[in-house]
Ligand binder design. Structure first.
Ligand code: HH2
Length: 255
């Protein structure tokens, strides 16, 4: 899953693809580099309390000039939004997946919109604040159970659900590392798992670095995530990730 942020304030690429042409070109590049899904977001979901909340009309205005053209590239498009109105509108324009960083638990209209459109949904774990004292794996499991109950209640088939522990969201860096190390725990749900570790702050906690310098750490995290059962990795740097995954798979086959 390649990331396309049309925001002025995303932590790692904010402001680069606000212009519609630049965004469409970047989406084409992600596709050419081997992305299988394009995740497009117009509101920074930055969990650090400083992201500016974007009104619905502004979020739609950022997406409107490029969404149809990105859909026309032919890859499944996922809309990264926590607002059901934006999800409904984007699904109407051909997006196939809703990527909800609040796992259907924030906007009460979200599950119904996903069900109505026959869309798929990424249920991501989130918390308002990190608590180093909690057992993060148990917290994520309980969150997934609540979200899956909401999905089932709305009539979303489980074949349309992906689970994501939400690396960096309401978690200490240690808890983010633990979510990757113990990803296999959530295989028991029998659903595809997604991990998005790309350029995130927990990497900085291991090796101090600016977001743009975190490609090595991101690749390490995604390789181990796949080793532990991730079916999808959400990344900014598609080409090096595709290469790393291909070489890891070839080594596994050579065993
Ligand atoms: N991470 C970000 C945004 N959306 N969605 C899922 N499912 N999983 C993630 O880990 C995830 C996500 C944050 O990364 P980014 O899009 O680069 O930053 P921002 O939200 O500031 O635009």
């Amino acid at each position: 899953m390649g990331v396309l942020n049309v925001t002025p304030d995303s932590f790692s690429d904010g402001g680069r693809f606000l212009d519609a042409r630049a965004a469409i070109d970047h989406a084409s590049r992600l596709a050419a580099e081997g992305a299988d899904i394009l995740d497009i977001g117009a509101e920074s979901t930055r969990p650090y309390g400083d992201a500016v909340r974007v009104p619905i009309e502004q979020e739609r205005a950022r997406l409107a000039p490029m969404l149809a053209e990105v859909v026309a590239l032919g890859l499944p498009v996922s809309i990264d939004t926590m607002k059901s109105e934006i999800a409904a509108w984007a699904l109407g324009l051909g997006a196939a997946v809703v990527n909800d960083v609040w796992g259907l638990q924030r906007d009460p209209g979200m599950a119904g919109v996903v069900a109505e459109h026959g869309a798929s949904v990424v249920i991501m774990h989130n918390r308002d604040t990190a608590d180093p004292a909690i057992d993060i794996v148990a917290d994520v499991t309980a969150f997934f159970e609540r979200s899956l109950a909401i999905a089932a209640g709305a009539g979303i088939p489980t074949t349309h659900v992906v689970l994501d522990p939400g690396i960096g969201f309401g978690k200490t860096p240690e808890q983010s590392l633990a979510c990757i190390a113990r990803l296999g725990t959530w295989r028991s749900f029998g659903l595809p798992l997604l991990v998005g570790a790309s350029r995130k702050r927990f990497i900085n906690a291991v090796v101090p670095s600016d977001p743009i310098q975190r490609i090595g750490g991101s690749i390490a995290a995604h390789l181990l995530a796949v080793e532990h059962g991730a079916a999808i990795v959400r990344v900014h740097d598609v080409a090096p990730t595709v290469q790393a995954l291909a070489v890891a798979a070839a080594i596994r086959r050579a065993q």
